[in-house]
Design a protein. Structure first.
Length: 213
């Protein structure tokens, strides 16, 4: 039962426990308690009742986290997805954070706790998320991918994702999405895409592109 470091996660968050298995997803439920501070912000101690479903394909398939007691308002100001799961970051950004250590503790420390810290701060103090925030939904994801890829607009991002869906030798013959006018293989931007090819398979980018367009 130590799939993806589940036992280490439960040791660090002892009020969480295994829940009923749903299909092939690992199910963790209970009180998720944390104490954190970020970027010079105040120390925050808080707790949330969570269900965390970890799919068989983790980390390429990301956990689905639900807050069970209604503590987090269900609106876009708190980044709750339409399926009631928490939006802890854009999919590619989360996968990049898991690249060196694809464990549940890494997911908690790098993605879940920062999100809950920002939520707790906002619930107490109002205003925007303490770290700044992306717009909710597809527009925010496109903006984050502009930052990851060093591009300037969603159209370029969509072209880059479409190239990541192709085999490298085919993609290199296409026009570079950075709009330099060169083929991808003749532009230094191919180095960025080659790096992302190591992060996730073509199937991830195909599905993700379909979800975004």
């Amino acid at each position: 039962m130590n799939l993806h470091g589940a036992l280490e996660f439960l040791n660090d968050y002892p009020e969480m426990s295994f829940g009923p298995m749903k299909s092939r997803e690992l199910n963790l439920r209970g009180t998720f308690r944390f104490r954190a501070n970020y970027e010079g912000g105040p120390i925050i101690e808080d707790r949330y009742e969570l269900e965390i479903l970890i799919p068989e394909g983790f980390p390429i398939e990301l956990p689905k986290v639900k807050e069970l007691k209604g503590k987090i308002p269900r609106d876009n100001n708190y980044h709750i997805n339409p399926d009631d799961t928490l939006c802890v970051g854009s999919p590619l950004r989360v996968i990049l954070k898991l690249q060196e250590s694809a464990t549940l503790n890494t997911y908690a420390e790098e993605c879940l706790v920062p999100y809950l810290y920002a939520v707790s701060y906002k619930l107490k103090n109002g205003g925007d998320f303490i770290f700044g925030e992306l717009e909710h939904g597809k527009k925010g994801i496109f903006n984050d991918y502009c930052d990851i890829l060093g591009l300037t607009n969603p159209n370029q991002v969509a072209k880059a994702l479409s190239l990541l869906c192709m085999k490298k030798r085919i993609a290199n013959k296409k026009i570079c999405p950075c709009e330099c006018g060169k083929r991808l293989g003749s532009c230094n931007f191919h180095i960025k895409l080659n790096t992302l090819r190591l992060v996730a398979p073509r199937s991830f980018y195909k599905k993700h592109l379909l979800d975004l367009i």
